[in-house]
Write a protein that binds this ligand. Structure first.
Ligand code: ZN
Length: 131
């Protein structure tokens, strides 16, 4: 799969979003170190704190298939950019492979990339607990 395939899968994942409250659809395509790819979409809840972001949805899909190392993620929304929230940055920090690439973009905007270390500097992670 190519970079363009990952972008397409992130945009396609928008269709799986369940976002009746915010109407802010987010789709993600997570690329694991072994090349496996997992889509995710945000799904909201009437108890808003139970909402799951697209990034963590994709991570859950990868983790239950045994993946523990994430190489990159592509995140798309309907307009503008959807940079990952703080919780998702922390979750990706747990399973990052080297310096994970975070791509954001979509149908109407150019894609941008930042490294996870730029988005979550001086982070706390598994290495701090000897894992
Ligand atoms: Zn999030």
């Amino acid at each position: 799969m190519t970079h363009e395939d990952y972008k397409r899968l992130a945009i396609e994942a928008l269709e799986y979003s369940y976002s009746p409250y915010s109407h802010f659809r987010v789709g993600a395509c997570l690329v694991c170190e072994n090349g496996e790819v997992f889509q995710g979409a945000n799904f909201e809840n009437a108890s808003l704190g139970a909402t799951i972001c697209a990034e963590r949805c994709a991570a859950s899909n990868a983790i239950i298939k045994g993946n523990r190392r994430f190489k990159s993620i592509y995140i798309s929304c309907d307009s503008g950019y959807a940079w990952p929230c703080g919780i998702c940055r922390q979750v990706m920090n747990e399973f990052k492979s080297c310096d994970m690439q975070i791509w954001v973009g979509g149908k109407e905007v150019e894609w941008k990339m930042m490294k996870l270390s730029q988005l979550l500097p001086e982070s706390f992670g598994p290495e701090d607990l000897g894992v």
